[in-house]
Write a protein that binds this ligand. Sequence first.
Ligand SMILES: *Cc1c(COP(=O)(O)O)cnc(C)c1O
Length: 347
Amino acid sequence: MIASPALRLILDSDALAANWRWLAARNPGAACGAAVKANGYGLGAVQVVQRLAATGCRDFFVATWDEAERLGPLPDGCALSVLHGVREADVPAARSIIARPVLNSTEQVVRWRQLAPDDPCDIMVDTGMNRLGLTPEQALSGLLDGLAIDVLMSHLACADEAAHPMNDAQLNAFAELKRRIKARRYSLANSAGICAGDGFAFDLTRPGIALYGGIQRSEADGHIRPVVQPEAEILQLRDVPASATIGYGATFTTPYPMRVAILNLGYADGYLRCFAGNGSAMAGEVSCTVLGRVSMDLIAVDVTGADVREGDWLRLDYHLPSASAATGLSQYELLTGLGSRYQRRWT
Ligand SMILES: *Cc1c(COP(=O)(O)O)cnc(C)c1O
């Protein structure tokens, strides 16, 4: 038998569903999908897909065929797209797994024509981000003629900045592509793009971070709920006298006698060193500051005045916008960095 871990993520099913519903309701004329790449942004892709499918989501996006395979069969009526398309090495997987590739380059389009010319595929066109995707010229060159395109998509570079001129430039470029390339559906908006206004939604939106509690734009404030709550167990309590140091590098010196809790959580769990001096955990209603450096598997927090015992669990302060502001990590990094050592417990 394997002992149960001393760190866990409490994952809120109701909040996940409510976030999807709020995002879907921004654009009643469009379907709302879900990006579940990187193991559902660290939460667990299988569990996320189950819950969102039960809420009404039908279109899911992963990055790779490996992720598609790990997801296993999707719930009835749901479809999966693989954002990185089909490399030569992906051909066997693309033959056996039921999912659409998102074709990004001329080479990928040619490969797909040899592999499954009549099967539906998605197409990514780059409208200014210069990441994955065909150039508009390639997309309009006749390269796509005769393909069964389900979703023609592009991706916004700056949708989290409401006033950025890239947003309208990309919107206009995509609208022009829509006029000239026939597809069953058109899709442009990620989480932030959904807040950018009706014109960005087209037929299908592709939120990721906002489903999981990330807030990229002020429009989402007060609507998007936190989904992820990390908790760690107290492995040891110690009374540290004044003028002693704590942790690697002896970077923290106790200004007065402190009661210190050692928690089972460290940078190998995505709780990176930038939380030193910035992080805290809650013991009941008492906020407990992280003291000294974050170790690989451990942190020390100040529990002076808190009523705690060895074996108690503390809630880490992990509200994504404030943790991001405090550490300089993006909300995406804060989620996807959460490691494999947590027990993931859905409420
Ligand atoms: C990751 C991704 C999304 C989701 O983006 P968020 O910013 O997390 O909402 C949508 N579309 C594509 C192509 C992506 O790679």
